[in-house]
Design a protein around this ligand. Structure first.
Ligand SMILES: Nc1ncnc2c1ncn2[C@@H]1O[C@H](COP(=O)(O)OP(=O)(O)O)[C@@H](O)[C@H]1O
Ligand SMILES: N[C@@H](CCC(=O)OP(=O)(O)O)C(=O)O
Length: 374
């Protein structure tokens, strides 16, 4: 049975969203924290390794700052996260201490996941904490993250952490008990017990968050895609069903692992980066890179957008603007316009042999598939 992989998982990443930790007013709810810790501590004391990815810093900062709702502007969010993260981790520290367990705070930025040297560093720190029997409590470093460089949601961060530490399973805990085929507040919405691939998501409405959460279902399904694509099974359910989910019971939605293990670099490229610019491809170039997995040559590019440097990630989009892939570009944005539409041979003959290189090498291209099937 498939859930067996969750039941027997030794190393788990458990992600809990703001909505599962807060009161209806958006403040941290100590009882809900304790209830979650009751479950996780029992698992830890039974010998399983748990990394907790917890949202809630901004929510926990609302009360101390005299705010009644999640602030819209970045600076106030940063301030709330700065105050709230301390409150949150203090709460976890005392809650896990009831079971004789210690926690270690780990704050990550998107850059930590993107740059090889940084992610090795994060990997080492997390592995050491686990070896020492500590429960790492991970969050995005919201206080220093700007809009351009932040994940913004912890769902995808949790999936990348699961990949980073070679977790055996990822559990996403939310305020909704499963993925539904439409808004779960709508009468008649049906639970989706399992997802084998994007084809099972055709027609499913992935809505926004109800209250204090940020990602809604879209980022959870994206997270499941990242993790399962890296071979890690995922259960999405409510925090109230955490114990059942961890024991392999049929609760929530189970996302089957795909069994593919893409290299870390391409996984980061697809999911931990955002394009610093865009290259517009003609139909032939789209076919060459998507169907035939070829490198992208200047001849198939019709336009360039953005201000990027060689080595940056850029989005590759088709003739109608649809993003089909992401790649690490070999030229600065300013160099590209004079190359467009020209063959590499012609470029080498007129501009010099260094212009014979591809715009994006095929080893540096990752195809981005639509989330909910064709
Ligand atoms: N198809 C769907 N199935 C389940 N929940 C959905 C769906 N579409 C939208 N939602 C909403 O997504 C919310 C969970 O997302 P979010 O609030 O971001 O959670 P969290 O804070 O746990 O990350 C649920 O409360 C639910 O109302
Ligand atoms: N890093 C943010 C969490 C972002 C967020 O709200 O995520 P989630 O509740 O998981 O949708 C915080 O700690 O407030």
């Amino acid at each position: 049975m498939d859930r067996e992989r969750v039941r027997t998982a030794n190393r788990l990443v458990v992600k809990v969203g703001s909505s599962s930790l807060t009161t209806p007013q958006g403040m941290i709810d100590g009882d809900r924290v304790d209830a979650l810790v009751d479950v996780l501590a029992a698992q830890r004391n039974a010998g399983r390794q748990i990394v907790l990815v917890s949202s809630g810093a901004i929510a926990a900062g609302l009360g101390p700052l005299g705010l009644t709702a999640r602030p819209r502007d970045l600076a106030t969010q940063q301030a709330a996260a700065s105050v709230g993260q301390g409150v949150l981790v203090a709460r976890y520290t005392s809650s896990f201490a009831r079971y004789g367990l210690r926690v270690g705070q780990v704050l990550l930025t998107a850059d930590d996941m993107m740059r090889r040297s940084h992610h090795r560093n994060a990997q080492r720190a997390l592995a050491k904490l686990l070896d020492l029997g500590i429960v790492p409590v991970v969050n995005e470093n919201d206080t220093v993250a700007t809009d351009e460089i932040r994940f913004g949601d912890n769902d995808r961060l949790a999936a990348l952490v699961a990949h980073l530490i070679h977790a055996d399973a990822l559990i996403l805990l939310s305020d909704v008990d499963a993925l539904y085929d439409g808004d779960p507040r709508r009468p008649g919405a049906r639970r989706i017990p399992e997802v084998r691939g994007p084809e099972d998501l055709v027609g499913v409405e992935l809505g926004k968050s109800g209250r204090v959460g940020t990602g809604g279902m879209i980022t959870k399904v994206q997270a499941a895609r990242i993790a399962t694509g890296a071979g890690v099974p995922v259960v999405l359910t409510a925090a109230a069903y955490a114990a059942q989910a961890l024991s392999g019971a049929d609760v929530g939605t189970y996302f089957h692992p795909q069994g593919r293990h893409p290299g870390t670099r391409l996984l980061w490229l697809a999911h931990a980066t955002t394009g610093r610019g865009r290259l517009w491809l003609d139909a032939g170039a789209v076919e060459a890179i998507v169907t035939h997995r070829k490198s992208l040559l200047p001849a198939g590019v019709t336009a360039v957008e953005g201000d990027f440097s060689a080595g940056d990630p850029v989005d590759l989009c088709g003739p109608h603007g649809e993003t089909v892939a992401r790649g690490l570009v070999n030229y600065d944005a300013a160099e590209i316009p004079e190359l467009l539409g020209r063959s590499t041979r012609e470029l080498a003959a007129t501009l010099g042999p260094e212009y014979e290189r591809e715009l994006v090498h095929r080893d540096d291209i990752v195809i981005l598939e639509p989330l909910t099937g064709a």
